[in-house]
Design a protein around this ligand. Structure first.
Ligand code: FAD
Length: 227
């Protein structure tokens, strides 16, 4: 999910970021890649499937702030024993998000307070997402456990950070690619594939990282094994 708000910062104050985490019914919910002055952008890789992501220019001085809000997903959350079950689970939600937006990569969205009360937003605040946003019930896009975890987490985040839980924030679906839903097996010591000699599965796509720093660290570890 992505949360977007309009911010105004006086010139003498730096861009302000935040990092929030909560446990909701034993499941982690946390902010990811929070971008002050950021922009929500399309990160889709397939037709008729919507994925959003966020970034900020180096000055971080746009009028919006955005952050991915991640709900931890476990293998037991999706049915099936196929090695690509996680990918199918992800894809199904991305297709639902695309359909709920009405096409052309318009993203379904709700005001944060409406999200918590599960009410269709009658209007939406301005948003940095260029293809546009459309009011939709996100309980029809997200798996029940994701939706309910976010509902509770938003209220808890609001207690930690004044002004976080507000009708001026908009929740945009869906950032579904924070980490890979598959992992290519590798030997824990040599980091080489368990069956294919001289193949070194590495970083995010191979299932060993999520984000810039962990991907870079995994790359360094694999490079050191190649010496
Ligand atoms: C818009 C956006 C914003 C993001 N913001 C953040 C952030 O703020 N903080 C954060 O931690 N993470 C962020 N991420 C995630 C971050 O970019 C990734 O976690 C990270 O780049 C993963 O690194 P990687 O080396 O595993 O994969 P990549 O950086 O994707 O590198 C894989 C490389 O393999 C190449 N490749 C693919 N297929 C082939 C092939 N068949 N042959 C040869 N080469 C191939 C690709 O061209 C690419 O260069 C963001 C991602 C996006 C899209």
């Amino acid at each position: 999910m992505h949360r977007n708000t309009i911010v105004s910062s006086p010139a003498h104050l730096p861009a302000s970021s935040y990092s929030l985490v909560e446990q909701v019914n034993g499941r982690g919910v946390f902010s990811f890649c929070m971008c002050p002055g950021g922009i929500i952008a399309t990160a889709s890789t397939q037709q008729n499937a919507l994925v959003v992501n966020g970034w900020s220019p180096s000055k971080r001085n746009n009028r919006f702030a955005n952050s991915g809000i991640v709900v931890a997903v476990n293998e037991t959350d999706f049915a099936g024993t196929h090695s690509l079950s996680g990918l199918y689970f992800q894809h199904k939600i991305e297709q639902k998000a695309f359909a709920a937006g009405g096409g052309k990569f318009v993203a379904p969205a709700m005001r944060m307070t409406d999200f918590v009360h599960n009410t269709l937003s009658t209007s939406l605040p301005l948003c940095s997402y260029i293809p546009g946003i459309k009011s939709a019930l996100l309980c029809e896009v997200l798996p029940d456990f994701v939706y309910k975890s976010l509902q509770q987490a938003f209220v808890l985040f609001g207690k930690k950070m004044k002004g976080y839980y507000t009708e001026d924030a908009v929740v945009v679906a869906i950032e579904s690619r924070t980490s890979s839903p598959v992992r290519i097996p590798r030997n824990a010591d040599s980091l080489c594939h368990t069956q294919i000699a001289n193949l070194f599965p590495c970083a995010e796509g191979a299932g060993y990282a999520g984000g810039i720093v962990s991907a870079a660290m995994d790359g360094i570890n694999v490079a050191l094994k190649l010496r």
